[in-house]
Design a protein around this ligand. Structure first.
Ligand SMILES: [Zn+2]
Length: 455
């Protein structure tokens, strides 16, 4: 049995999010609560070839199925959106123009859809300046949608669920399943699984937002738990958190930085605080907590993500859960531990090879190499891996200082410079850490722990 594509197209480029641990996916737009109800106009004319010439409950089928498809998403009872049918039009409106009004259109008036495509949703972003976003959730930025239109393709046989479920299907596609899927896109839902994804979870295959639907398949007419979770995450109760040690608390992209060991204190941020009954926290370093406002000690330097899930009860819709994740939120710094080697290049020129641990991003602010001849600094360099040319043969001390928020570490090495042609020779020595010396600029007294030559 062949499957057919249910497409979401958008005028926005680059808003598809990378795959997350969450099952459902969002498109990156949503409707502003101040814009509710979401109104829609339905194409309805007997000359439309691929609409359905029938009435249900005294209404044209196209009108009835539009109301059903919007209402179907209200099975996500904690998702707060409202919708309103405001009329029909006999004009077959080309959706690819911006007029700020949702149209549901038949027969692909722009004749732009490929064979095999059942329907397409076109969504235009709001009038935000480039780079501005409506809000952030789970580290992703969302736009407000301002116009979204749904277009059914031409040359497709659509049927009613009543006929299909009665066994009267001859390969028709369920108009209600297709439209419910497209309304999902309009609301901001992306595909639960995409064409080509390994989709081993049956919950995702059974979702209305699965990427394709076979003929005679009415499954998508009723949204699944995965669809409910995704829409609730977009329009339902919402909680995030903030913690101590934030570098820029006004910014949604701030990180929390501390020097190990330090205690991070976190608190829930929500408009629904009286609804929250429980929380579970994962701190990224193996630590967890079930406290509402926990404290966690970071002992090991690293960049960590925090995920917190909140449970709540809302009078109007019962229990809800929302998980929020801040990726790379915690930067736990230790004192830098410099390490380097030196290699002969040619003549009196040597290359310094920086082998310091940089696995924790953002914990090294400053670097300085000082070259000593006796007690006198003859050269200071700030590059990560500079080359140096000694003024003459003889013994020199080289000190590498690395500074960061947790302090300064230093490593030193004494090298005997020799002037000889580089090719065919090898030379290296290892600079070891010098404990407790701190920032060594201008300090002449350096003891090299490692001195080794093997040319
Ligand atoms: Zn789709």
């Amino acid at each position: 049995m062949s499957t057919r594509n249910l497409l979401a197209l958008t005028a926005l480029a680059g808003v598809a999010f990378p795959s997350t641990a969450m099952a459902w996916e969002h498109t990156g737009w949503a409707w502003n609560p101040l814009e509710m109800p979401l109104t829609y106009i339905v194409g309805n004319d007997t000359v439309f070839e691929d609409s359905i010439d029938a009435t249900v409950d005294g209404e044209p089928y196209e009108v009835w199925v539009a109301k059903e498809s919007y209402s179907g998403w209200q099975d996500a009872t904690c998702a707060e959106f409202t919708h309103e049918f405001i009329g029909t039009t006999t004009e077959n409106y080309d959706a690819r123009t911006w007029d700020g009004q949702t149209h549901i259109t038949y027969d692909d008036p722009g004749d732009a859809e490929a064979a095999g495509v059942l329907a397409v949703t076109f969504t235009f972003p709001g009038s935000l300046e480039a780079g501005e976003f409506a809000f952030n959730k789970n580290g992703n930025a969302y736009y407000w949608a301002e116009d979204s239109d749904i277009v059914f393709n031409n040359d497709v046989d659509f049927g009613t669920d009543t006929d299909i479920d009665a066994g009267l299907c001859l390969g028709e596609s369920s108009m209600e399943a297709v439209l419910t899927h497209e309304v999902g896109h309009l609301l901001g839902m992306a595909h639960s699984c995409e064409d080509g994804d390994v989709c081993s979870d049956s919950l995702l295959r059974e979702a209305t937002m699965y990427w394709s639907a076979g003929p005679c398949d009415t499954n998508g007419s009723t949204i699944s738990q995965d669809d409910i979770d995704g829409l609730t995450a977009l329009y339902g109760p919402f909680a995030t958190f903030e913690c101590s040690h934030e570098l820029d608390p006004e910014s949604p992209d701030t990180i929390a930085q501390g020097n190990v060991p330090f205690d991070l204190k976190c608190a829930i941020v929500t408009d629904a605080s009286e609804e929250i009954s429980g929380a579970s926290w994962i701190f990224g370093d193996g630590g967890t907590s079930d406290e509402l406002n926990p404290k966690h000690t970071y002992d090991v330097p690293g960049n960590y993500s925090i995920e917190a899930c909140f449970d709540g009860v809302r009078d109007t819709c019962g229990e809800w859960e929302y998980c929020y994740r801040k990726i790379g939120y915690v930067r736990a710094c230790g004192v830098p531990e410099p390490e380097f080697t030196i290699e002969h290049v040619d003549g009196l020129t040597y290359a310094l090879r920086n082998e310091s641990d940089v696995s924790v991003y953002g914990c090294i602010y400053e670097i300085q190499w000082d070259v000593f001849q006796g007690d006198t600094i003859i050269s200071s360099l700030n590059a990560w891996e500079p080359q140096i040319t000694f003024p003459s043969e003889g013994d020199f001390k080289i000190v590498l200082n690395l500074g960061g928020p947790a302090g300064t570490g230093a490593a030193a090495l004494t090298v005997t410079a020799e002037d000889y042609a580089g090719e065919g020779y090898g030379c290296n020595a290892v600079g070891g850490a010098v404990g407790g010396l701190g920032w060594l600029v201008g300090v002449g007294l350096v003891v090299a722990r490692a001195r080794r030559r093997n040319d």
